[in-house]
Design a protein around this ligand. Structure first.
Ligand code: WQD
Length: 332
């Protein structure tokens, strides 16, 4: 089979690319390398392209036709909540416009199967302990809104062109399946804490007065390798006959607080960490934990790694990235 992975040079996309290659699939990575790394696409063919550009529609359609691709996985999007609030235009134009180009190209090339990277951000601040896909999404920022609109676009493409689509609503992704594919962006809790430690700074906890056991925010952390496997399960599902659902939460069903994550990092690093307690971050829900029942029952997928595995893999990847590069020394 041949799959176009759009954003395949990114943190999550490159893990999916690696798994697809390992199972013998032909993979074409489409990426503008604005945040992705060329090295992450090793082993796949690379089409350097910004899918938000008007000309991308035809370039993508031609790539789909000439490669005989069976499916597309679409990752490429901006994903910073705060940035989306300050610059919603960029999120509308790139996140929604990019997906529009991709779906148009799929329709033109008659490629039916599309897996879309959605997000738990579509839920906003849910007032339930365990979030199921039946909960009505109420995104509270432009980033989450673009993901929810993306899900509507998939449904439109199904109705108009008989496409078969799956949206995966990621909860909090962290860790590294392979050290070289670690998350190099410092935008989420685990890399932010590791970055602070490297710079000799205390990590900052955004509020310890939430209605949670230790007062800090609780999230559902899922290993990026488990998440990557969920994409392969989604591809298999699309190639099957019975497809009762289009949207799946991807998480572990377990919640971890900010202090628990920091403690796990301290254990993995073998150090003591005394974080600073700062103010709450606007828009943060106290807890966001997913019910993984639908994906387990329908796709047969469950997470296999817990918080310690996630944190240990991130710490080891960071250490490997900081280790002296053996290749830097002359032969002999
Ligand atoms: C996690 C917890 C913070 C940094 C975001 C996106 C979501 C998804 C995952 C893409 C929260 C706390 C954080 C820090 C802290 N991304 N925190 N100090 O906000 O749950 O979700 O990433 O799909 O769409 O919204 O992730 O890693 O920013 O925060 O205390 O320096 O860590 O308050 O409780 P978040 P996060």
């Amino acid at each position: 089979m041949t799959t176009l992975v759009i954003g395949g040079a990114g943190y999550i996309g490159s893990h999916v690319v690696r798994l697809l290659l390992e199972q013998g699939e032909r993979v074409i990575v489409v990426d503008d390398l604005s945040t992705g790394l060329r090295s992450r696409a090793e082993g796949a063919e690379l089409l350097e392209l910004d899918v938000t550009r008007p000309e991308a529609r035809e370039v993508l359609a031609e790539s789909l036709r000439s490669s005989g691709a069976d499916s597309v996985i679409h990752f490429a999007a901006h994903k910073q909540v705060g940035e989306s609030v300050e610059n919603p235009e960029m999120y509308w134009h790139d996140n929604i416009g990019g997906l529009a180009n991709v779906l148009s190209a799929c329709a033109s090339a008659e490629v039916r199967d599309v897996v879309f990277s959605s997000s738990a951000a579509v839920y906003g601040v849910p007032d339930v302990d365990l979030v199921t896909e039946d909960l009505t999404p109420r995104p509270i920022n432009p980033y989450g809104a673009t993901k929810y609109v993306g899900e509507w676009m998939l449904a439109d493409a199904e109705r108009a062109h008989g496409m078969r689509t799956v949206a995966l609503r990621y909860f909090n992704v962290a860790g590294a399946g392979w050290p070289e594919l670690a998350d190099t962006a410092v935008m989420n809790l685990v890399p932010i804490v590791l970055d602070a430690l490297e710079q000799g700074r205390a990590p900052v906890v955004f509020g310890d007065d939430y209605d949670t056991p230790d007062g800090t925010g609780i999230r559902d952390y899922v290993h990026v390798l488990d998440l990557a496997h969920a994409h392969l399960a989604a591809l298999d599902y699309l190639r099957g006959e019975e497809r009762p659902h289009r949207v799946f939460n991807v998480g572990t069903g377990e919640g971890s607080s900010v202090l628990e994550v920091i403690d796990a990092i301290a254990r993995a690093r073998g150090i003591e960490i005394t974080p600073e307690i700062g103010a709450r971050r606007p828009g943060d829900p106290a807890r966001l934990i997913c019910s993984g029942d639908r994906i387990a029952q329908t796709l047969g997928w469950k997470s296999e790694h817990g918080l310690d595995d996630i944190v240990r893999s991130a710490v080891e990847a960071r250490a490997a990235a900081l280790a002296p590069d053996a290749d830097a020394y002359p032969e002999g």
